[in-house]
Design a protein around this ligand. Structure first.
Ligand SMILES: Cc1cc2nc3c(=O)[nH]c(=O)nc-3n(C[C@H](O)[C@H](O)[C@H](O)COP(=O)(O)O)c2cc1C
Length: 356
């Protein structure tokens, strides 16, 4: 049998850098209506992506329908696929159960300049599963293998990876074995079954077993663990304990675009100790306004402003008068209004402080 070469593409450099710096690979999770074009740009800027002790090593887009990219609805989806120079390397996540659509869509996104394509084989959303895509792929490994092959045909020059779960109704090592046999450059495993959704703690205790299997079947494949990683420190710990190569951070980024900046992490704990809260709050609120303006500029025509309100809840949290501000922000309908509400609030906390 002909030995299959793994196409690492940009991942080769990512891997070498992490080895050189003796640290895990840290990547951002795809999250629909969260890690959109606007938030990704904010994360790349404030986590200092590509700079010393900044991150993440790789950004993921939200999932995008390959079928949609092959239809006249493409124009709207292309807004989700906008990215700037500071966001490289960036992987686009696609879903479909149709190899021909995957082939076409992979060719299209390769032409847009993405560094890699990731295939979603874990999403539990019913509307995605009805199409035979996302988590439903776990029930049809033959289709999954065909979709991977089609992505490789469509985008031969860039790397093709997969993100999945540990099984459908129960833990299914056979499924992971099949994926590892595909000689993927990267396999990301969200350590929960489809049935578990996000309702139980991620099964990090299974990762050593998955690492063992990877070592036997495809030792070069980069294995990324995902689920409940709370901070960079937690990421170091989980990699250390489980033996995988990196971690993917999802919900930890909510309201915290600095997550991947190691310098900021240290500074934050220092300022927290000093109780210099208002500076941190003001900085965060100004960043939230910048995020909102960017959302309006890049996505205002195609996405509902309500999406930003989820971010407001995450940004404005954890200090005494946060609720009061949150309530006001929920009534806003555009970036100008958000700025006005924030400016007024910042003035009030700063003047209170100078009177103390
Ligand atoms: C709002 C939201 C949207 C998500 N959208 C996607 C998606 O588009 N593609 C995907 O593979 N996973 C998606 N996920 C799952 C995350 O990528 C990740 O696997 C999950 O949140 C567990 O990681 P965490 O505990 O670090 O958040 C989504 C999760 C959330 C909370």
């Amino acid at each position: 049998m002909k030995k299959m070469e793994i196409n690492f593409g940009f991942w080769q450099k990512v891997k070498e850098k992490a080895v050189r710096e003796k640290r895990p690979i840290f990547v951002l999770a795809p999250m629909a209506d969260v890690t959109d074009a606007a938030f990704r740009r904010i994360i790349a800027k404030y986590s200092r992506m590509g700079k010393k002790s900044g991150g993440p090593d790789v950004l993921w887009t939200e999932f995008v329908s390959a079928d949609g990219l092959c239809s006249p609805g493409r124009e709207v989806l292309l807004h989700d696929l906008a990215f700037s120079k500071i966001e490289h390397p960036i992987v686009v996540q696609l879903f479909t159960s149709h190899p021909d659509k995957m082939r076409q869509a992979a060719a299209l996104v390769a032409g847009l300049g993405f560094d890699g394509v990731d295939i979603n084989m874990g999403c539990p959303d019913r509307s995605i599963e009805k199409q035979g895509a996302g988590a439903a792929m776990m029930k049809d490994p033959k289709a999954a293998v065909a979709v991977i092959a089609a992505a490789r045909e469509g985008a031969a020059d860039i790397s093709i990876s997969v993100k999945t779960r540990i099984g459908y109704n129960k833990v299914d090592f056979d499924w992971l074995r099949i994926l590892l046999e595909q000689k993927l450059p990267v396999l990301t495993v969200h350590l929960r079954t489809r049935k578990e959704m996000s309702l139980v703690p991620a099964h990090w205790e299974l990762m050593p077993e998955i690492v063992k299997m990877r070592n036997e079947i495809s030792p070069e494949t980069i294995l990324i663990g995902n689920g409940d990683v709370e901070s960079l420190g937690d990421g170091y710990k989980k990699v250390d304990e489980s033996g995988c190569d990196g971690v993917m951070f999802g919900r930890a980024i909510f309201g915290n675009p600095w997550l991947f900046d190691e310098g900021k992490e240290k500074e934050k704990s220092k300022t927290e100790k000093l109780k210099d809260e208002s500076n941190v709050i003001v900085e965060k609120l100004h960043m939230m306004v910048e995020h909102t303006k960017l959302f309006e500029k890049l996505l205002g025509e195609v996405k509902n402003f309500a999406i930003m309100k989820k971010h407001f809840k995450a940004y404005v949290n954890g200090w005494d008068s946060a609720k009061e501000l949150r309530v006001k922000l929920m009534e806003t309908t555009n970036a100008d209004e958000v700025k006005k509400v924030v400016d007024k609030y910042v003035d009030s906390i700063l003047s209170k402080e100078s009177n103390e």
